[in-house]
Design a protein. Structure first.
Length: 437
């Protein structure tokens, strides 16, 4: 898989079952019959923990259709009971993303549930975690991972009773994020940070359409954030299901002491793949493109130069689609991209399309507010500035609308951003450069 997998193509159409909803309103999902479930358990040298998780899967109120253990190259192959499938890959370091993909490739169920070998489910987890993906096949459902010291506890001891007396602290930042976002009902472009692959469910159709986990991730962490971000870009939904509980044997990895740069490789890997502010590069022109802007084909002269210069000054990592004559007038800047054919490829990966209909001027804060208008949990696919000066498109909602053939999933709404207006018809470039207007 490539380091920057493309957004899921809208042209493939919807699945043969399920539906979708506006925005991220998963709370309006219709009731749906449970779909068949394949559980993929990722494992490396944790035989006792794996035995506990497999025993817990045998006590589910919704029995799995299939259980696949994906072993990441343990020196001794794990022993699995009859009826559980085992797939293995050679040991080339920590490759959880590749192991999960290997397990998912064997799946025959409609809904995938990913668990880690040391993360054992309570009896109701499968029924609760798969309810929303069974109705909304574009949805990622993340359960609640609780922590306990299970050393010495019999592997067949029932949960949660065996764990609650030995419970360890949950990560407060994750618990608080779920509370503030109403279990991700109010998710936004940054909510991918609250998706963990140790207790995750989605439809097999959606997982395959997305292209699975990015196997170029090595070492611990990052691949679940990237998948969740890619799902969001493609028009997916996300929900936290707090009553779908699995118990991790041991404390959260975040509480372990770390050297200053222990997280450096992970931060770089995510920034090179995710363009959303908060994890993306702030000035370097590396990684994917978050915002693509376009200007009218007839924009020229002072209006063109002032508009594009001001836009790039305000949003340094934006890419601007221009025609050949405009490119010659603007000069050789790597952030300028030919509208044809490069524009379609950029728009296929970006989160936001800022479409200017006239020459525009404004300060940096106003431009940032304009782009942020589609970053939140709303369901407007396009917001129109003022008297049609510009339109800002939430490309993820347009992708979903195209996939289902339902334009109403990306409606248009008005937008008022003070500090942005048209370039004056009699404006001179020296006046713009001198900041006289």
């Amino acid at each position: 898989m490539s380091a920057v997998p493309p957004a899921a193509p809208a042209s493939l159409g919807p699945p043969s079952w399920g539906t979708t909803v506006p925005g991220n309103a998963w709370d309006t999902a219709p009731a749906a019959e449970p779909r068949s479930v394949t559980v993929v358990v990722t494992h490396y040298e944790q035989p006792a923990e794996l035995a506990r998780t497999l025993a817990a899967l045998g006590r589910q109120t919704l029995a799995p259709h299939q259980v696949v253990v994906a072993d990441d190259g343990s020196p001794t192959p794990p022993v699995v009971p009859p009826g559980v499938e085992l797939v293995r890959q050679e040991d080339r370091g920590f490759r959880a993303a590749a192991a999960r993909n290997l397990g998912a490739a064997r799946a025959t169920g409609d809904v995938l549930v990913f668990l880690d070998a040391d993360t054992s489910p309570e009896p109701g987890l499968l029924a609760r975690l798969t309810r929303l993906p069974s109705a909304l096949p574009e949805l990622l459902a993340v359960g609640r991972r609780r922590h306990a010291d299970l050393a010495g506890v019999p592997t067949d001891a029932p949960l949660p009773a065996a764990a609650e007396a030995r419970e360890l602290a949950e990560p407060a930042w994750l618990r608080d994020a779920y509370r503030r976002s109403e279990d991700l009902l109010a998710a936004d472009a940054t909510s991918f940070r609250f998706v963990i692959s140790a207790v995750l469910a989605c439809s097999r159709w959606w997982f395959e359409l997305l292209g699975g986990f990015d196997e170029t991730f090595g070492g611990y962490g990052g691949e679940d954030w990237e998948l969740a971000h890619r799902s969001w870009l493609a028009g997916g939904l996300v929900a936290h299901v707090p009553h779908a509980v699995a118990w991790h044997d041991g404390p959260d990895a975040g509480v372990a002491p770390r050297a200053v740069d222990d997280g450096l490789a992970e931060a770089v890997a995510v920034a090179d793949r995710v363009a959303v502010p908060g994890v993306a590069w702030r000035g370097l022109l590396r990684g994917p493109v978050d915002v693509v802007a376009s200007v009218p084909g007839d924009l020229a002269g002072t209006a063109l130069l002032a508009t594009v210069d001001g836009l790039l000054a305000a949003l340094p990592t934006v890419r601007v689609l221009v025609d050949p004559a405009q490119h010659r007038a603007l000069g050789d800047d790597p952030r300028l991209v030919s509208r044809d054919p490069g524009g379609a490829a950029l728009l296929g990966r970006a989160r936001v399309h800022l479409e200017l209909h006239r020459g525009l001027r404004g300060d940096a804060a106003a431009y940032r507010e304009l782009v942020a208008a589609v970053a939140g949990p709303g369901d407007a696919g396009t917001r129109v500035l003022g008297d049609g000066l510009a339109s800002v498109h939430d490309l993820r909602l347009h992708r979903r609308a195209a996939r289902w053939g339902r334009p109403g999933l990306a409606p248009t709404a008005a937008l008022d951003v003070p500090g942005l207006d048209a370039v004056p018809a009699d404006g001179e470039l020296r006046a713009y450069l001198g900041q006289w207007w």
